[in-house]
Design a protein around this ligand. Sequence first.
Ligand code: LLP
Length: 420
Amino acid sequence: MTLQYINNELTMHGHKLTDIAKEYGTPLFVYDETMICEQCRRFHSALAKSRLNYTISYASKAFSAIQLFNLMAEENMGLDVVSEGELYTALKSQVDPARIHFHGNNKTDQEIRYAIESGVEYFVIDSLDEIERIDRLATKQVKAVLRINPGVEAHTHEFIQTGQEDSKFGLSIKKGLALEGVRKIEAAENIDFMGVHFHIGSQIFESTGTVETVKLVIEWLKENDIEIQVLNIGGGFSIKYTDEDVSYPIEEGIQTITDALKTACETFDYHVPELSLEPGRSIVGEAGITLYEVGNIKEIPDTNYYVSIDGGMSDHIRTALYDAKYELRLVNREEAHDKMMTIAGKLCESGDIIRRDIRLPSSIQTGDLLTVLSTGAYHYSMSSNYNQMLKPAVVFVSEEGVRPVIRRQTLEQLVQNDII
Ligand code: LLP
């Protein structure tokens, strides 16, 4: 991240954040576009080094925007979409539909038809019912991979863990459902079976769980004589929110995973499939920050010091939802972090907190600008209109300049669907 204080003001690629806030207003999401590209390139070069056949799809749920998808197309990334809305957005971009994968544990008939008409590369099938549904709705031959549940528990927040046995996602290997699914797809008239998919969770710091799963899956494929072309291992690579976290070491981690795949294929005498990855958070997470203006400050003697900002859980839900922690910086001057305080949102809910008990400059006053770091993933995409808050604008910053990516929502848009 090219965020640095120059002349006592925080800048990104040399552009003052105060100027950007003045032009686009607050709350505002600001992305370091160069860093997004760099993250894509790191995954590409790590995978290219393995000499395996591979593809990478950006998990668009992390942050969906047409201009971001255009950037993904330039960086030779496909897309993973999970709803007709994400597919619609993707189709407005320059991403080739043949590089789009359609996910979801409950795709509607309408979504299945839409994905087929749009020419997506494949479906990631999530249940036995879905196989019949896709087969029935297919107007042409369609491709699919099956999402299997390996029963491996990733060490992360329970709500973003997905590989444990009791999960709404995928078909369990241990319970025999995965094998039943494969046989059913192989027998389906209109579906070509391409391979298997797993995703054991998100914000995973290291590769142990993935390595274990790769071995288990290759052994299972061999044992059951299942031929695959593609092994899709999902996303889940961690980012650094605070000093307690580690950014997933992409170069070493991918090498560990690709080595494990090669070794497992050798051990079980299985042909090496194409490897597919679906990173979301690790592409955009650390590249994005949120800018807020400070409003009221309230000191409760011997209790707490509340600094309120002009956004909140409508654009920053992860603290309320996952107890996630973030680092903040004062934007318009650099000063020592000398006072304990709580940064609160402006929504009508006690849980609307950005960060509890953080040390920041005691001089913070109304009108100052604060930035919350590492908000590029699952912030804008999880934003809401709670309290009829407007969704913020989004801009991309690079050495070339600042460009708007999403406009701020307007009051008219808030009520445009109301029937009056
Ligand atoms: N592939 C599949 C099948 C997924 O379900 C996900 C995330 C990804 C890829 C991308 O995972 P990533 O690389 O971004 O970790 N709202 C939560 C995250 C939910 C993730 C859901 N699936 C959060 O804010 O942490």
